[in-house]
Design a binder for this molecule. Sequence first.
Ligand code: SAM
Length: 325
Amino acid sequence: MDNNSYLNDLFINTFSVDFSSYFVNQDIFNSITSKILSHVDNNATKKFYDQLQVCDVSDGVLSLSENGVVCSQFKAGISQQAIDDLAYYLRPWRKGPFQLGDLLIDSEWQSQLKWDRIAADINFFDKTVLDVGCGNGYYLYRLAEQKAKFSFGLDPHLLYVYQFLFINSFMPKHNIALLPLGWQDCHELKPVFDHVLCLGVLYHQKDPLVLLASLKRVLNEAGTLVIETLVLDSDDDSVLEPVDRYACMRNVYCIPTVSILKQWLLSVGFGRVDVLDISKTTVDEQRSTLWSSTHSLVNFLDSTDDSKTIEGYPAPVRAVVKASL
Ligand SMILES: C[S@@+](CC[C@H](N)C(=O)[O-])C[C@H]1O[C@@H](n2cnc3c(N)ncnc32)[C@H](O)[C@@H]1O
């Protein structure tokens, strides 16, 4: 099998839905495809692909446990050890949890808690959704479970894309796709999405307005943008720009108050902004597990005062806001 054919199988043909029509035109889709295939053509991808061959479960069925674990049930007689080994190889698992056969992948984040804060107010049934910075695609499965028409995830981080492809091989028949692209590629997509989700991405941007404008462009006329981001829990108009690190993260550039976040959204052309939730991030939601790294939120907070990060900034509080045109 030549390189291009296995990469095509892995990254393009693996989905049960033809998503090429969501790109501005076929030439753009072709050039994006070439860009993806050259980006992922490396030894790690080939090794992953070879390992993945033992996990091809065409009869896998998606289900959801009571406490928000995305599960696959399947009859195919594949070795549980092979599943466990590949899942372990793909650590760290930041987002989840997932259950594959007997294996529970207990991720660092209990992502179902964030999902509950978002989905309580939005009906995704029969909608077309874009999840920008979707990580390993946990929310794509929550959308599939709500019978969204089509859910498209973008995340440039290859490990998370491998995790998605691994999970997807156990529940392959949904109207979802995830491509290794960033929000900077949004302009290649048609403005057809009913909902754009962008969760946990804004604070990583040096220029948040450019991101917000790019996300607005891919919405249809009745579309809504859902932003989840770190905020300052204060009534004033200010933005924290951490010097060096915030909660041990190097790449946090802006943490606005909710008032500033609303102003940013209005300034890029949204007509209405609703705050759906404001929650302090807890050590029950983000914690170290066997499937993640040894350090997590508890280590990123001041050990004598958990209202502060280890650097002395306000501890993480996150807001979910919905913006409409
Ligand atoms: C804090 S995580 C949030 C993941 C997920 N959206 C969630 O809320 O659980 C940030 C994600 O943004 C992704 N990311 C990094 N650069 C990006 C870019 N240029 N465009 C889109 N996503 C990006 C990272 O790979 C990571 O998965």
